[in-house]
Write a protein that binds this ligand. Structure first.
Ligand SMILES: NC(=O)c1ccc[n+]([C@@H]2O[C@H](COP(=O)([O-])OP(=O)(O)OC[C@H]3O[C@@H](n4cnc5c(N)ncnc54)[C@H](OP(=O)(O)O)[C@@H]3O)[C@@H](O)[C@H]2O)c1
Length: 330
């Protein structure tokens, strides 16, 4: 199916090869305006991504919940060996009714993986992340179970999402971790202080999520009024009132660099991330072929050192990344 040639990288030091730009599938089924409304467009976007050489697809059991894994499984049917599927567990209580809650216990990991394999219509997951850390379960128990799943061939690699440096070290000591997934973009630079140095020291790959600032860095969102009532961003501090107005100055500066290079602000935001290292594979999310093609164009965009440093000195954003920051960086 592949016609394009997005660059492929080794993500981490455990032998996982992925396209350095992946595709985040979350918004096809959950959280954002228009989700769950057009399966054909979403599947078409996944197929177009494969044609362009995108091999790295990101989902989670909680996107939907469950619907996004089913969608991805349907889209890659017949092409399983051409793609790398990353999914996540640990924020649904699969021992009960599937309601939300943090659970990294061995029992829940095993129940979760069976559900994901079924929905994805596959017999292995390439990269299986714990979505949020469970304060009630030692990370050694969770990762011990993940190591068993690797032995059993049900998953090929494991990762964590939004884990603190100490947790990353403890996990990696039980079994080598392939990748950490955490929010990172021009307006979410926090991983640079401790997280990135830690994963680099340990040879763990880094997957920036929400690399377009949940769409904000593309310059297309100027008010939450244009978003559905149920859109996650309506309750996200950075998109609220005065914060949003203040944050628009960030996009204006990204736009100025975009004008210099004849690109879009979203492409500049992605090219800046790609320039941070060849151990980084951002997963911009979209359900539209047009946006996907634009985002993939960032693979060929090179920014000058002056442009990179102008972007690195953008003002800090107003507002937290989430209304509730407590489950993050644990
Ligand atoms: N580990 C975690 O806790 C976590 C948290 C959040 C996300 N993620 C993962 O990361 C992936 C990406 O993050 P994200 O989806 O939150 O944010 P994102 O990639 O920063 O932005 C996605 C938003 O930007 C819009 N967009 C994409 N390309 C565009 C373009 N070229 N021009 C204009 N708008 C564009 C999308 O619109 P449309 O939807 O209309 O196409 C969507 O609303 C997710 O899909 C998910 O797999 C993980």
């Amino acid at each position: 199916m592949q016609q394009g040639n997005v660059k492929q990288i080794g993500l981490g030091s455990q032998g996982l090869e992925v396209s350095r730009l992946g595709l985040g599938c979350m918004g096809m089924s959950a959280f954002y305006t228009g989700s769950g409304q057009n399966e054909a467009d979403s599947i078409g976007t996944i197929h177009r991504a494969m044609e362009l050489g995108v091999t790295f697809f990101d989902t989670a059991e909680m996107y939907g919940p469950y619907a996004n894994e089913e969608l991805l499984g349907k889209a890659v049917a017949g092409h399983r060996d051409e793609v790398k599927i990353a999914t996540k567990f640990g924020t649904l209580l699969n021992r009960g009714d599937g309601s939300r809650g943090l659970d990294g216990s061995a029992e829940n990991v095993r129940l979760s993986v069976e559900g994901s394999l079924k929905r994805l219509n596959t017999d292995y997951i390439d990269l299986y992340y714990q979505h949020r850390m469970d304060p009630a379960t030692p990370i050694e128990e969770t990762v011990g179970t993940l190591a068993e799943l690797i032995q059993e061939g049900k998953i090929r690699h494991y990762g964590l999402s939004e884990a603190a440096p100490e947790t990353i070290r403890r996990a990696h000591a039980v079994h080598p971790m392939t990748a950490l997934q955490t929010e990172y973009s021009l307006w979410s630079r926090d991983p640079e202080a401790e997280i990135l140095p830690t994963v680099r020291e340990l040879g763990i790959g880094f997957v920036p999520y929400s690399p377009l600032g949940r769409g904000f860095l593309t310059g297309k969102i100027r008010s939450v009024e244009e978003l559905d009532e149920s859109d996650f961003r309506r309750n996200n501090p950075r998109f609220e009132g005065e914060n949003l107005a203040a944050n628009i100055r960030i996009v204006e500066q990204v736009d100025a660099v975009a004008a210099q290079v004849g690109a879009t602000p979203g492409q500049v935001a992605l090219a800046w991330l790609l320039a941070q290292g060849d151990d980084i594979a951002p997963i911009p999310g979209t359900k539209r072929i047009g946006y996907l093609e634009e985002n993939v164009g960032a693979d060929a965009l090179t920014l000058t050192p002056e442009q990179l440093s102008a972007l690195a000195s953008l003002p800090a954003p107003s507002g937290d990344r989430y209304a509730d920051m407590s489950p993050l960086n644990k």
